[in-house]
Design a protein around this ligand. Structure first.
Ligand SMILES: Cc1cc2nc3c(=O)[nH]c(=O)nc-3n(C[C@H](O)[C@H](O)[C@H](O)COP(=O)(O)O)c2cc1C
Length: 194
C-alpha cells in the first residue's frame, strides 16, 4: 500500500515513499540476492573514520526455526504484525573503533545512517522496512550471540506490504492513519539555536 506524504517542499520520491507498514504479505519470501542488496546499501553508508561500526544479523522466514526464535524476542505488539514479514534483522553498533579499540561515540550515529540506507533500498525495491525498538535486548543478544562490545540498536522487519484491497478491516484502520511530522521550522534554525 502506498501512503500519502504531505510535503511542504519537494523531496526525492524514495524519501516520500518510505513508510513503516504493519501489514505484510505473509506469502512473500525474500531471496538471498534481494537480501544482499539491502546489506549492500547499508555497506555504503558514511561512517566516522570509515570505521563501519554496524553489524546486521538476518533471519529469513524460510528458516522457520530461527525465525520463530527471533520473532519471540519482539514485544507482543510487534510480533502481531512482524510475523508476516519476510526478513527480521537485528541491528548492532560497535561501541569501539575497529581501527584502534578506543570508544567510538559515533557508532550509533553511523549505524543509524546505515539502517536508513537499508530501509530506503527496501523502498526502492518495492519492499517495506519497519524498524523496531520494542524487543527484548538480553534475549536477542543471547540468541544472536552478539558480543558485549556491540549495542543492539533495533530490529527491522522487511517484507512486501499488502495492497490496500487486501487489508483486513483492522489493518486498514491502522495503516490509513495519516503521516505526521513537526513543522519544518521546528527542526532547523539558521546561525543559532532557536
Ligand atoms: C529506533 C526506532 C524504533 C521503533 N520502534 C517501533 C516499534 O517497536 N514498533 C513499531 O510498530 N514501530 C516502531 N518504530 C517505527 C516508528 O513508529 C515510525 O518510524 C514512526 O512512527 C514514523 O513513521 P514512518 O516510519 O512511517 O515515517 C520505530 C522506529 C525507529 C526508528
Amino acid at each position: 500500500m502506498k501512503k500519502e506524504t504531505p510535503l511542504d517542499f519537494p523531496v526525492d520520491d524514495l524519501i516520500s515513499q518510505r513508510w513503516s507498514s504493519r501489514a505484510f504479505d505473509p506469502s512473500f519470501f525474500l531471496d538471498e540476492k534481494a537480501m544482499c542488496s539491502l546489506f549492500e546499501a547499508a555497506r555504503w553508508a558514511p561512517s566516522c573514520y570509515g570505521d563501519q561500526p554496524w553489524k546486521f544479523i538476518a533471519y529469513n522466514k524460510q528458516d522457520a526455526t530461527a525465525w520463530a526464535r527471533i520473532l519471540n524476542c519482539l514485544s507482543v505488539g510487534n510480533q502481531n504484525w512482524a510475523m508476516d514479514a519476510s526478513l527480521l534483522i537485528v541491528v548492532c553498533a560497535n561501541t569501539k573503533f575497529n581501527h584502534n579499540g578506543e570508544p567510538n561515540r559515533f557508532g550509533q550515529y553511523d549505524t543509524g545512517a546505515a539502517a536508513e540506507n537499508l530501509c530506503l533500498q527496501a523502498t526502492s525495491m518495492g519492499l517495506s522496512a519497519h524498524q523496531m525498538g520494542g524487543f527484548n535486548s538480553e534475549k536477542t543478544r543471547e540468541l544472536a550471540k552478539v558480543p558485549k562490545d556491540f549495542d543492539i540498536m533495533a530490529c527491522i522487519a522487511v517484507g512486501r506490504a499488502l495492497n490496500e484491497e487486501d487489508l483486513s478491516v483492522e489493518q486498514k484502520e491502522k495503516e490509513s492513519v495519516q503521516r505526521k511530522r513537526k513543522p519544518i521550522n521546528e527542526i532547523y534554525s539558521i546561525n543559532e539555536w532557536k
